[in-house]
Design a binder for this molecule. Structure first.
Ligand SMILES: CC(C)(COP(=O)(O)OP(=O)(O)OC[C@H]1O[C@@H](n2cnc3c(N)ncnc32)[C@H](O)[C@@H]1OP(=O)(O)O)[C@@H](O)C(=O)NCCC(=O)NCCS
Length: 145
């Protein structure tokens, strides 16, 4: 039987391990960044959302607060074999919902150039150019406006 892709928060240590592993595999490994580089000090207090199918974490995204009203989304990633099927959008919407429930009046994010169109579809606009990451990835700061 074909199982559905579930979008929810990771709960167990096992789920968190798989969640961070996906982050590393998609967002760090291709640029030869070591294990551990996929985490930061905000993770402990952030909101984490994953896409899970058959016990395999195939998508992830994180939200944190920069102030009581400004939230930021980071570390959006989807397993290569599931990209382009709406999983990223579902994770983005789930994060937006929880952040808004928790008081976010504005959500910002720093998008890699390839991901800009996804966020534009969801109503975000570029307001500033970001830095170049790993010597080659262009970033754009975006917010909902
Ligand atoms: C960017 C990413 C998270 C989007 O998730 P996704 O599940 O592939 O995206 P969705 O299917 O929900 O949305 C697709 C839209 O995102 C955009 N998109 C960006 N990268 C894409 C990719 N590699 N494949 C397909 N669509 C992509 C397109 O505009 C697409 O719209 P379309 O389907 O109408 O053409 C995912 O492709 C990914 O992990 N890419 C590599 C890592 C990365 O760049 N992360 C973003 C950091 S800001």
């Amino acid at each position: 039987m074909r199982s559905e892709i579930e979008i929810r928060r990771p709960e167990t240590k096992q789920e968190f391990d798989k969640y961070y592993d996906l982050r590393w595999r998609i967002l760090r490994k291709p640029w030869n960044q070591p294990k551990g580089s996929e985490k930061d000090e905000m993770d402990q207090t952030s909101i984490h959302i994953m896409a899970i199918k058959d016990d395999k974490v195939i998508g992830c995204g994180r939200g944190h607060f920069n102030s009581s009203v400004e939230a930021q989304i980071r570390y959006m990633a989807v397993d290569e074999s599931f990209q382009g099927q709406g999983v990223g959008l579902r994770i983005l919407k789930a994060l937006e919902e929880i952040l808004t429930e928790n008081g976010a009046k504005e959500i910002i994010l720093k998008a890699r150039e390839k991901a800009v169109s996804l966020y534009e579809k969801q109503g975000y606009k570029i307001y500033k150019e970001g830095k170049i990451l790993f010597g080659e990835i262009k970033h754009y700061w975006m917010r909902e406006k």
